[in-house]
Ligand binder design. Structure first.
Ligand code: RIB
Ligand code: CA
Length: 313
């Protein structure tokens, strides 16, 4: 079967980096048409630079990286240096990129790709705030019906929020964008904190990354060593949650995940619950289902896939 054509929209971020590495390590499964950077964990100049750093770490400098929106569509940017460090990729010391950034704006690339590729053959994989995706949908509403699937990391239900008591970071940073995306009508699959908080990089799992002995394996272990301290302190968890790689793993082995096709709405009116994903997990409303919201993961299967694929780089 031909590899699935995807666009990764991202705000690297150590976990974004691992998601990108997993995708670039899997060319038989995934054809990465482009990586579009968005402001999120750190400002856009850093996320577009970090995306290129990761492509070069993967040995794939030919990957097309585009710079996108530098601020949410209707709010000031909120960043997460407290989690990811001031570079957004703290942990390993990786060289500045020598590969060029594409001249085309990320939003134009997304629109152009969806219009030029056959309908239903492009999957969008947002790993950060949904600003680029929503801007593309607002600028070109015709693309909604051409998207094969949107597989995103964001939101939470049983796990509640990680940036406020009610909201997960990606949705919280740009709730208006999330509202546009969840209303666009394209098939949506959501990897919320409910799942990603079960994908924890325990010491044993991180040692397996380090034991690869490759620059990629060591860099991933060093990223995780840095990235885990926030969650260990806050949740007392056994290791860093690998949020974004759940998106890539789903594209390669969907059977690792289980969830429900339900209605998910985004809170944009209340300051108290701004960015909350109101997931009708128990079907108590008559609101039409608009997303497959994942609730569980085969974590051992996830990590064996991830480690095996990282070993290929
Ligand atoms: O809440 C976790 C999400 O926010 C992840 O995508 C992480 O990279 C940050 O963007
Ligand atoms: Ca991210």
């Amino acid at each position: 079967m031909a590899p699935r054509k995807i666009i990764i929209d991202t705000d690297p971020g150590q976990d974004d980096a691992v998601a990108i590495l997993l995708a670039l390590a899997s060319p038989d499964d995934l054809d990465v048409l482009g990586i579009t950077a968005v402001a999120g964990n750190v400002p856009l100049p850093l996320t577009q630079k970090n995306a290129r750093i990761v492509c070069e770490l993967a040995g794939k400098p030919e990957t097309k990286v585009f710079s996108g929106c530098d601020a949410p569509i209707a709010r000031k940017l909120v960043t997460a240096e407290h989690v990811h460090g001031k570079t957004g990729l703290d942990g390993p010391s990786l060289p500045d990129p020598s590969m060029a950034l594409q001249d085309q704006h990320a939003v134009d690339f997304i629109v152009e790709t969806l219009r030029s590729e056959p309908e239903g053959t492009i999957t969008l994989c947002p790993l950060g705030p949904l600003t680029n995706i929503a801007t593309a949908l607002q600028r070109a509403p015709d693309i909604a019906g051409r998207i094969q699937e949107i597989v995103l990391m964001g939101g939470a239900y049983f796990e509640v929020g990680n940036i406020t008591p009610a909201a997960e970071f990606n949705i919280y940073v740009d709730p208006e964008a999330a509202k546009v995306v969840f209303a666009c009508g394209a098939p949506i699959t959501v990897m919320p904190l409910d799942v990603t908080h079960k994908a924890l990089v325990t010491a044993e799992r991180n040692n397996a990354f380090r034991a690869l002995g490759s620059p990629v394996g060591v860099a991933v272990a060093e990223m995780t060593d840095f990235f885990e301290r926030f969650d260990k302190e806050k949740y007392g968890s056994a290791g860093a949650p690998l949020h974004d790689p759940c998106v890539t793993a789903y594209l390669i082995q969907p059977e690792l995940f289980t969830g429900r096709h339900i209605n998910v709405e985004i809170e944009t009116g209340s300051d108290l619950t701004l960015g909350m994903t109101v997931a009708d997990w128990w079907g108590v409303t008559d609101r039409a289902p608009n997303a497959t919201f994942m609730g569980d993961i085969n974590a051992d299967g996830f990590f064996s896939l991830l480690t095996e694929r990282l070993a290929r780089l």
